[in-house]
Design a binder for this molecule. Structure first.
Ligand SMILES: Cc1cc2nc3c(=O)[nH]c(=O)nc-3n(C[C@H](O)[C@H](O)[C@H](O)COP(=O)(O)O)c2cc1C
Length: 224
């Protein structure tokens, strides 16, 4: 079923004229942490403290298997020296894509701060015990949602999804301990490259890239 709405769309001319100037805050190598994870944690905190940034921990995850890149948003749930963790359905399209090719890219688009962080790395499943520990902290309704959704599979109607949810809500009533579905868990993205981008005047943006070099990180500036 589709609905043709009479809402006004942006015309092509309006889109091409969308432009704003970027600020004066720069990125100096001397002020950056030599460890990109520590630097990322600082920027994540600044983004999460900024009321203009909605869902600072939302990141675009790009996967690429069978020569077809695809993207979608997921939520960062942990970041440590080991890497970046998100949770999802292990039967989903993204998980199958990761099984075909573990190399992924993450992007944090913090537009109100004129910042982005881009990450390259490889994704692998975290342990069942670690997924259990995080699943146990989720609200009951989200736990039931994880059971009810056959993520990325075709669905005949909204009612069918709600019916599944209600069935699992009966099976695992509120207040009971809901087990983690075997098809749900976390992935850890181990980074090989982390790039910090800060918008500057005249499109002379700052772009600093950390590349993993054995056990240390090499820091380089790139043309914007
Ligand atoms: C703000 C936001 C946060 C999201 N967080 C997650 C998440 O943490 N895990 C997840 O599986 N899907 C999340 N989604 C939904 C995904 O973007 C995507 O639609 C879903 O995972 C299916 O993707 P796939 O078919 O490519 O596997 C989120 C979407 C948005 C807009």
């Amino acid at each position: 079923m589709t609905l043709d709405t009479p809402m006004a769309a942006m015309d092509r001319d309006e889109i091409s004229k969308m432009r704003r100037s970027y600020g004066e805050i720069g990125l100096r190598e001397s002020e950056l942490n030599s460890n990109p994870i520590s630097q990322f944690q600082l920027w994540l905190k600044e983004a999460s403290d900024n009321p203009m940034v909605v869902e600072a921990n939302a990141m675009v995850l790009a996967t690429n298997s069978e020569d077809q890149p695809t993207t979608r948003t997921v939520l960062l749930k942990d970041v440590t020296e080991a890497g970046f963790t998100f949770f999802t359905n292990y039967n989903s399209a993204k998980s199958k894509s990761i099984e075909g090719n573990s190399k992924v890219s993450l992007l944090f688009p913090w537009y109100p701060m004129e910042r982005q962080v881009k990450i390259l790395g490889s994704a692998s499943r975290i342990s069942g015990a670690d997924s259990d520990a995080y699943f146990a902290t989720r609200p009951w309704s989200s736990q039931i949602g994880a059971w009810a959704s056959d993520q990325s599979a075709p669905l005949s109607s909204r009612e069918e999804l709600e019916k599944h949810w209600a069935e699992f809500a009966t099976k695992y009533p509120e207040g009971s301990q809901v087990p983690r579905p075997p098809h749900w868990g976390g992935f850890l993205v181990i980074p090989t490259m982390i790039e910090f981008w800060q918008g500057r005047y005249s499109r002379l943006h700052d772009r600093i890239r950390y590349t993993r070099d054995a056990s240390t990180w090499k820091l380089e500036r790139f043309y914007p």
